[in-house]
Design a protein around this ligand. Sequence first.
Ligand code: NAD
Ligand code: UFG
Length: 339
Amino acid sequence: MPKTILLTGGAGYIGSHTALEMIRAGYEVVVADNLSNGSRESLNRVERLTGVRIRFYQADVRDARALEDIFIECDIGGVVHFAGLKAVGESVEKPLLYYRHNLDATLSLLEVMARRGVGTLIFSSSATVYDPACAPVYTEDAPLKPVNPYGWTKFMCERIIKDACAAEKGLSALLLRYFNPVGAHESGLIGEDPRGVPNNLMPYISQVAVGRREYLTVHGGDYPTPDGTGIRDYIHVSDLARGHVAALDFLLANPCVDEINLGTGRGCSVLEVVKAFERASGRPIPYRIGPRRSGDIAAFWADATKARKKLGWEARHDLSEMCADAWRWQSMNPGGYEL
Ligand code: NAD
Ligand code: UFG
């Protein structure tokens, strides 16, 4: 019998791509999402791509009673916890909202898992937990020191999960620290569909390319990097999704508690991304160099060794494929899922 895995926040960007890869790997997938930033249509499209029906519950993870009903009804055997708020700037403006939301969601999930005797958890953490003083290459044992409330919620959730694992023999968890997920499934049917003005680089560039925005503002051209623009470790979302399958396979066979970077181990600058996107789309991406964005650092990327050694996973797609797939998604769905 395949294990039934609950994806909280599975109707979002990373969750929908992970649902697809998990179904292809033979897992049965159940999604609980309150649709605050996700779309039911993303799962309809995963169903189209896989030919498999996904059990979907429009539910808030903070509602422990609703969550427990799902565990009972579906006989959940493990959880991938994506659900949460993720906008860095908004977290600076509304810190209490972020602490309340992200901590409550994780606490309520852990309580229900304990009550139902479910002992396998994969958690969506972030490279933003690391101390920027350790940049540019982050290894998992680098000191942690987030610089915004969103990052602190990830730090605190990691701590809470580790303490729960220490207290409960049957609970094991992998804390996956994502670098910069970009791109879309190669079919162009699912992708990133941000609401309002995109905060992140790749969706902003995609919207410039498709004519929804006039030009890109490059946040800073005077960093101590070869071309003066910020450097990040962009990772194709389908590689990231396969990283979750590898993590789940591993955790089910080897219960433990550990943190693992999911990145490529290579950094690219903003202008390298702009040029790669121009090549992939055949369209010019007008840009203007603006001031630095508050809270940004010059450069960071993953040491991706641990994921390779422990999970047998590594990223396959390069920047040109990330841009080509982001462009396919954007040009096939210029208004996202709704239009
Ligand atoms: P997303 O917003 O597309 O997906 C999150 C999903 O969770 C959405 O569908 C939303 O509707 C749902 N959700 C939010 N709060 C909920 C709640 N209380 N109950 C039920 N559903 C809820 O975001 P994403 O980019 O797919 O990110 C997934 C996870 O990965 C998040 O935890 C995020 O913090 C983390 N992460 C993302 C990035 C990134 O750059 N995208 C980087 C590092 C970590
Ligand atoms: N950038 C621009 N113009 C834009 C948007 C971004 O020049 O319009 C630049 C940024 O200054 C940075 C790079 O593009 O140098 C990447 O910025 P993103 O906003 O795409 O990504 P960040 O590295 O700032 O943050 C992302 C997620 C965080 C996560 C972090 C580490 O938004 O949630 O990666 O994983 F924590």
